[in-house]
Design a protein around this ligand. Structure first.
Ligand code: PEP
Ligand code: MG
Length: 341
């Protein structure tokens, strides 16, 4: 409690490194009730609104008006800061009662995220209409989860354009300048990041799934959880490739997976040095991330990343990071996680 109280003192300070690099710091939410908590912890926006919770906590599909009112409420509360809506991400571990025939042999490799919504365009259209209409009341961004091929993004963008045309024709007020992005959660999306970056306005790395698919480790299976490591050089290389492709194409790139919550200061130092423009995390993590950003220079984190990318194992990366923290920033030692990561 003491530590938390102390961290909250910088709640209204900017998330800027000692050498002046500003990182957009936003919060992850699953329901509208969590917005106040995000604001209270000093985030400047919502970086991941997991909209599926509105859909899976009930027996029937919500309609456009109901979704519009729900989204509008979040946008108004957060304005003028942005709210990043993720389109419905059901499948895998998130099953909705109203989806018929959802039993699959490999649900994480199956009918989830954008694959589901592109095959149920009625559901996607209704959700996009509600989001675009809500966007008229503040600042909204929209992103699609679980992208594995470029064709999916093109189809989704075409539906967004149709929805905007329909709303205009029907004389609705809607957000005309909504940025559209995708989550980077699959190794194929990383491999194709340069092509994907030419299609969209931003990337947000879903490290929870990216780690799962890159290391072929079920994120919920405790038997093999030793493989689930955000600091593995394989993961750092994938993030590095993603950031480079994004920046080469002049789009911004954030991360909304639980990487910092899991690896704490070790993860934060690496992600800053990898060049991420935005971090989105659960509200309780925001003050700690801000404190870390404000305690270091971008230059020294870049030097750390350069070395980390050459390591062969996650434990070598940990040794490198802990030596740096102990020697150069001992005040951050309290943020080193106890335990395996
Ligand atoms: C992720 O995969 O990192 C992510 C943010 O999405 P979710 O955890 O909801 O699958
Ligand atoms: Mg995910």
């Amino acid at each position: 409690h003491e530590l938390e109280k102390d961290l909250l003192k910088i709640k209204d300070s900017p998330a800027v490194t000692l050498d002046g690099r500003t990182i957009e710091l936003s919060g992850n939410i699953e329901t509208a009730d969590e917005v106040q908590e995000v604001i209270d912890h000093g985030a400047k926006g919502i970086g991941l609104f997991r909209t599926e919770y509105f859909f899976i906590t009930r027996g029937t599909l919500p309609g456009e008006e109901e979704q519009y009112r729900y989204y509008q409420n979040v946008i108004r509360k957060m304005a003028p800061d942005p709210v990043l809506f993720r389109t419905l991400d059901v499948g895998g571990d998130k099953l909705a009662a109203w989806v018929e025939d959802n039993v699959e042999a490999n649900p994480f490799m199956g009918w989830r995220g954008i694959r589901f919504t592109l095959s149920r365009k009625d559901i996607l259209r209704t959700q996009l209409r509600a989001m675009y209409r809500a966007a008229a009341h503040g600042r909204a961004r929209i992103m699609f989860p679980m992208v594995s091929i470029v064709d999916e993004v093109r189809q989704a963008l075409a539906i967004c354009a149709e929805v905007r045309e329909d709303l205009k024709r029907e004389r609705y007020q809607f957000g005309e300048k909504v940025e559209i992005g995708i989550m980077i959660e699959t190794p194929s999306a990383v491999a194709m990041a340069d092509a994907l970056a030419r299609e969209v306005d931003f990337f947000s790395i879903g490290s929870n799934d990216l780690i799962q698919y890159a290391l072929a480790v079920d994120r919920g299976n405790s038997r093999i959880s030793y493989l689930y490591n955000p600091l593995h050089p394989a993961i750092l290389r994938l993030i590095d490739d993603t950031v480079r492709a994004a920046h080469k194409n002049n789009i911004w790139v954030g991360i909304c997976g639980e990487m910092v919550a899991d690896a704490r200061v070790r993860g934060a130092l690496l992600l800053i040095g990898l060049g991420l423009d935005e971090f989105s995390a659960n509200a309780y993590m925001i003050p700690e991330i801000k404190k870390i950003i404000r305690s270091i220079t971008y230059d020294e984190t870049r030097a750390l990343v350069k070395k980390a990318l050459k390591k062969s194992t996650a434990s070598e990366v940990v040794t490198l990071l802990d030596a740096f923290i102990e020697e150069k920033r001992p005040e951050l030692m309290e943020f080193i996680p106890r335990g395996p990561v």
